[in-house]
Each structure stands twice: as C-alpha cells, then as structure tokens.
Design a protein. Structure first.
Length: 531
C-alpha cells in the first residue's frame, strides 16, 4: 500500500531584483519542484496548495516569514516532505540547518533538493549536506567580507552608501544634495543650540515653532517621521558629521562628495558645548542636589543605583535606590542612605590613599610636612569636584548584603577595600546601614606604621654597630636621623602599633611629620594621642 506524502515547496531569493517580472526566479524554482513532485506521484507524493515563498530574504538566518510558516506547519503535522530547488534555498548556515533537521526529525518529516540527490534520513546524506552547507556558509561569509570592504572603500572616497537620508538632504543619482527648506532648518538648529547651550531648551523651542523630523516613506507603504524632535534624535543630529560635508566610518571621518550645510567654525563651537555639557552632567555640576556616587554605585545584583530623596516635613532625606527595569518587582530593589554611604566611601578612600602616600614618602625618604594630606584635599572640595577626583581614580562601589566593596585604581592594579555593613530592614525595600563614623571596629596593624618601625630599628642597629645596612643607607641624612628618633618610641607605643591599637589620628604620614619627637615617653604619648 502506497503511503501518502504531503509535499510543500519552499522558494527563496536573496534580493528583490526581478521579482516584479511575470515569470521570476521564485516561479522557476516552484515549477521545477512541482515537476519533481509529480514524477514521484507513484510513491504517494502529492503537492499541497499552500505556497511558502521568501522573496528578498537572505539565507543567512531563519528570520523569514515563509520559512517560519513552513516549519510551523511541519510541527503541526501538515507537511511530510519539504521540496527545494537547491539546499542553499533552505539555509546557508550550518547551525540553522541543524535546527531545521532537528525539527524535521521530531515531526517525522524530511526534505528533498530536486537538483541534488540527498536523503536526510541517512548518516551519509547528512555528512554530504554538512559539507555542501559548509561551502555555502563560506561563500556567504566571503561575500559579506567583500561587501564590507567595498563599503569601507567607498566611504573613504566620501560616497554615500545608503541608510536613512538625513534631514536637510535629498538623494539623487546616489548622491546627497541639499534640500533648501530642510537645510535652513538644520542650520537654524545648530545656531540655536550654540545660543541656548541646552538640548532640552532647544527641544522645547522647536516644539513651540512646530519644527518636526524628516518624513520618510518606505516601499511597503510605511511612513515614519513628521513628529516633534525629542532629545535623542536631536542630539544625534547635532553630532552627525554629514552636515560639515564628512562621511564617518568606524570612528574616522572622510571628505564627502556632498555639500556641507554647517560651516566648520559653527560645528566646532557646537561640539565644544556638547563636550562641556557632557562633562558637567557627569560631574553633576548642574544638578540641584548633586550626588557623589551617581553612576558609580551598584547593588548586590549588579544593577546601577540612582539618587532619590524623600521629604518629611521641611527635611529632605537622600538615598541611593536600585534603578529598576520596566516590569521588575519593586520589592527586589535596594535602598541605602546617601549621606552614610558617601561618608563611608570617602573615609575608606582617604585612609587607603593616605596609606599609599605615606608608603611612597617612606620609600623616597621625603619627611616634608608641607604636603597637603588626602583628607585635607577631600575636605576642601565640593561634590562635583569630589566626583571628578573619584572618576579620575576609576572608583567603583559595589553594595553587598553584609559589606560594601570599594574599588579604585587602574584595571590591572585595582585596589579592593571591603567595609562591614549590616542589613537593617527587609520588606518592600531593602536598606543597608554602614558603620557610623566614630565607632571603630577591630583594626589590623597599619602596614605603613609597621614598616616605619622596622626601618627605624634597622637604622638603630646599624648605628649602634657602626655598620651599613642596605635597607636604610639609601635615605638622606635627615630622614635617617628621623628614623633613629622613631626607634626610641616608648615600648607601649610600639606594642600598640604592632597590635593595631594606636589612635586613628596616628598615621605614617603624621609620624613622619613629627620632626621634634621628644625622647621622654610621657611626652611621646601626649604628642601622639595616647594620653
């Protein structure tokens, strides 16, 4: 008994060229496939009425309406055999081919190429298909590379290589020509931005004057544009080098074949204002309530945190709150008090950077007490100035459930500092409380102070023995004498430094600054904050 096999013909052409002809490539493919199905009528093959055509669609992916409908019908059990003129009509990708074969196997279906003898039900047939598709994929990639090279070469010559035609121009003979009315609008936009120095203010003014975006009509009948300008499209317009007669390609600018609408002087002025505004926005100079860690702080899930506030009576309380994506549950958000976390970050950075400065001072033997400390530098700055200092040091802050991680420095040599913190509330919002300044947790010994003590006793032993020691010989006479004075510190002061119990005010830099360190132990304790 002959088994009935329902056959569907699939046709494809990469471009739309010639599809408007009475008998085109898709018709030729379908006719050849129909003849093949008819030749197999004795085996129970019969053609279904549905047509699956993809005219003007690439075979490099599966995002094709005809193919999607065909595979959907295969999964629904409506098709037993897919018939194509050549295998590359179905796909040019090995990965896509594997997915298609998997779909066919699950549905108990197969496919046939009328010009190539393949059988996907056998291992040899699949091997042959894989080899063929490898060459098809190679051909597609080589063609893509050739097209990219041609586009790059054409843009280097200043040629227009397609895409949305920018407002101010029209296309004629594959070249951009100024559109007088639109060109005046573009020039006016640049001039008004130079005067207003604000994209938001310019958006408002253009809307008030009813200036709209360029209207573009597509071949499928769609019409886009003709709407008021918003900040994004307007910013893109005033950054587009096409208006000074240039063509951009991969970060480089080339002299274009088209005429400029904006002169170089006005363009440079506008770009300078944009750069200044971008920098000021990053530093928060124009913000009414600038926040120190905007853009630098992330929650435990890696989501960025933004500043927010809550008013209670006449008081305004500032927080950092997780920036949620549309649809995200608000209960998963984190909230931390901005003042506490700002102070904690600045404190730990001050200590870390001061420790590094002290270590460098010890290495160079510079005992000068005229240098400004890191703490003094930070305390005298405004929030925008502090943000500039944090950005310069590549600071990033990561919020965790039980700690705060502060990272700074170059990527290859980044310093990580972990601050303890505790979860104070969990409900609709999560709130983290960092330690309050003035409450000192158990501390590890200060490595800078320890190094000073070791060097001081090395200098003392070398002096007593009358011998040279390479650890201290490289220092100046003044610094060597200062190390000798440190070696005469009281035993309890030395023990406190070794155990990390010294006052928080006693740092390596401060100890280096004390040029008149007394020999009397009681005076030492009073001077260094132990008494």
């Amino acid at each position: 008994m002959t088994v009935r096999r329902r056959c569907a013909i699939y046709t494809r052409k990469s471009t739309e060229d010639g599809l408007d002809q009475a008998f085109n490539s898709l018709d030729a493919q379908r006719e050849a496939c129909a003849a093949y199905v008819l030749s197999q009528a004795g085996e129970g093959w019969e053609l279904i009425n549905e047509q699956y055509d993809d005219g003007g669609w690439s075979g490099g992916n599966m995002a094709r309406p005809g193919l999607k409908q065909l595979l959907s019908d295969v999964e629904a059990g409506k098709v037993d055999v897919i018939v194509v003129y050549k295998v590359d009509r179905l796909t040019r990708s090995l990965a896509d081919f594997a997915r298609i074969v998997d779909t066919l196997d699950k549905a108990g279906a197969s496919f046939v190429s009328v010009t190539q003898a393949f059988n996907t039900t056998s291992s040899m047939g699949r091997l042959t298909l894989n080899v063929l598709l490898s060459f098809a994929q190679f051909e597609r990639e080589v063609t893509s590379e050739r097209i990219r090279d041609k586009v790059a070469a054409s843009k280097r010559k200043g040629m227009w290589m397609g895409g949305p035609i920018p407002i101010g121009y029209r296309l004629a003979d594959r070249k951009l020509l100024p559109e007088e009315g639109e060109a005046k609008i573009v020039l006016g936009i640049f001039e008004r931005y130079a005067a207003l120095r604000s994209i938001n203010a310019l958006v408002y003014e253009l809307a008030h004057r009813d200036v709209r975006t360029k209207v573009r009509a597509f071949r499928d009948g769609r019409v886009v544009g003709g709407i008021p300008f918003t900040t994004g499209p307007l910013a893109a317009l005033i950054k587009n080098p096409v208006y000074i007669g240039k063509v951009a390609h991969k970060g480089a600018l080339y002299d274009g074949e088209h005429e400029a609408i904006v002169d170089q002087k006005l363009w440079d002025e506008v770009q300078s204002i944009l750069a200044t505004n971008r920098c000021e926005r990053q530093l928060g100079k124009n913000a009414r309530y600038p926040s120190l860690l905007t853009g630098l702080l992330g929650d435990p899930e890696g989501r960025p945190m933004s500043p927010t506030f809550a008013s209670k009576g006449s008081q305004r309380h500032h927080y950092y709150f997780t920036r949620l994506k549309p649809g995200e549950d608000r209960a998963t958000a984190w909230r931390v008090p901005a003042g506490e976390i700002d102070r904690a970050v600045l404190d730990c950075l001050t200590q870390a950077l001061q420790s590094q400065a002290d270590s460098r001072a010890i290495e160079t033997g510079d005992c000068s007490h005229q240098h400004e400390t890191v703490g003094e530098a930070f305390s005298s700055k405004s929030v925008p100035e502090l943000r500039a200092m944090l950005l310069e040091r590549n600071v990033a802050v990561q919020l965790m459930a039980d700690q705060l991680v502060v990272r700074f420095g170059p990527g290859d040599d980044m310093t990580n500092i972990k601050l303890p913190a505790r979860l104070a509330h969990k409900g609709g919002e999560l709130k983290l409380v960092v330690p309050v300044r003035g409450t000192e947790p158990a501390r590890s010994p200060d490595p800078v102070l320890l190094k000073l003590v070791v060097l001081a006793h090395t200098a003392q032993q070398a002096d007593l023995k009358g011998e040279d020691d390479e650890l201290v010989d490289r220092y100046s006479t003044a610094h060597y004498r200062h190390l000798l004075r440190i070696s005469w510190l009281a035993p309890d002061i030395l023990a406190a430094i070794v155990e990390g119990r010294q006052p928080v005010t006693l740092t390596g830099r401060r100890l280096l600054r004390v040029t008149n360190l007394p020999l009397e132990w009681a005076a030492q304790r009073k001077l260094l904050g132990f008494a």
